[in-house]
Design a protein around this ligand. Structure first.
Ligand code: SF4
Length: 326
């Protein structure tokens, strides 16, 4: 069994808005093992990106982490000063965002942006060495004519090339953990497949652990070995990808799986009825109950805990509560 690299324990991230408190991440516990790819899945607004932003320390006001801990390589990130944390972020942990155009500086050449990131964490490196390293990393991520692209601005590159630049930047310091937040959402399917293939290749070659945030279970099946499904700020199912795809338990995960398009099927594509709840007015009891076809009277009154449906496979649903003594 691989070592635990990142251990998020009972994390609580709250946004203090004028309308009230939004518990965007509500008691989430996630483990990421060395060299392993872990998928975090759910619809928009379920807390996946906020979990990642909490790890990266990138939350903006009025949001803040107000409970739990985030252990990385044996150190609690939440107990560190911003300065101590900056030494780890972008270096030992880095992140790829959904839309590279909004993450890259439009008035700085892409080469210089990656070079600056590299120099920030490698003070002994000269500018010339950093430039060579950036060009090498551009070649590694498949940017053609890397030396010429070094001097170009983000608007001169296609969406796929911009995302490759983001990957080169994220991988420049050989991080132990890469957080990829919907890295292919803004790309067309052909480029998506190329970018996923590239990330898989880099992950295998460098042994980097990946936290893959996505709403696409197809990406999880291809890329990940462990899976956490989130709904309304909580983890509602977790386990290995193999186990969950074989024995899906939670009605929400089941709905997500049935919503993946199947080219061979002639049936109308399934969609989960209803909408993600308003986080300011969460339903009482199980947060999924207004959308669940199996809901019982109890589901509207009590909140389920995580029950172990099979060894290492946890589900937040009363249908999997074990009777005492069994
Ligand atoms: Fe559905 Fe009840 Fe299970 Fe919630 S606890 S997912 S409402 S059956």
């Amino acid at each position: 069994m691989e070592e635990k690299l990142l251990q998020i324990q009972d994390l609580r991230t709250t946004f203090y808005t004028r309308e009230g408190q939004v518990h965007a991440v509500d008691g989430v516990s996630i483990e990421i093992h060395e060299g392993e790819c872990t998928g975090i899945v759910g619809e928009s607004g379920c807390g996946k990106s906020m979990t990642a932003m909490s790890v990266m320390g990138l939350l903006k006001k009025p949001g803040r982490v107000d409970g739990g801990s985030i252990w990385f390589e044996g150190q609690d990130l939440t107990a560190m000063t911003p300065r101590e944390r900056r030494k780890i972020l972008g270096n030992r942990i880095s992140m790829i965002f959904q839309e590279p155009m909004t993450s890259l500086n439009p008035v700085m050449t892409v080469g210089r942006q990656v070079r600056e990131a590299l120099l920030l964490h490698n003070r002994q490196m000269t500018r010339a060495e950093a430039r060579d390293r950036v060009i090498q990393s551009f070649e590694l991520v498949g940017i053609p004519d890397a030396a010429k692209r070094y001097g170009e601005y983000p608007h001169q590159l296609s969406g796929g090339l911009r995302q490759r630049v983001m990957i080169a930047m994220a991988m420049a310091c050989d991080p132990r953990l890469l957080i990829a937040d919907e890295p292919t959402t803004a790309l067309d399917v052909t480029i998506e497949a190329q970018i996923l293939h590239l990330m898989k290749q880099l992950q295998e070659e460098k042994g980097t652990a990946v936290m893959m945030i996505t709403h696409n279970l197809g990406v999880v099946a291809q890329f990940c070995t462990r899976l956490y499904v989130m709904y309304a700020g909580k983890v509602i199912e977790s386990g290995t990808v193999q186990e969950i795809f074989k024995h899906v338990c939670h009605p929400y995960t089941d709905g997500l799986m049935r919503s993946v398009p199947d080219m061979k099927s002639k049936e109308r594509l399934y969609n989960i009825r209803g909408m993600v709840p308003n986080m300011l007015r969460l339903p009482r009891g199980c947060r999924f109950c207004p959308r669940c076809q199996y809901s019982m009277a109890r589901c509207f009154r009590e909140e389920p805990e995580l029950y172990e449906a099979a060894p290492g496979h946890f589900v937040r649903c009363f249908l999997f509560e074990k009777e005492e003594g069994k």
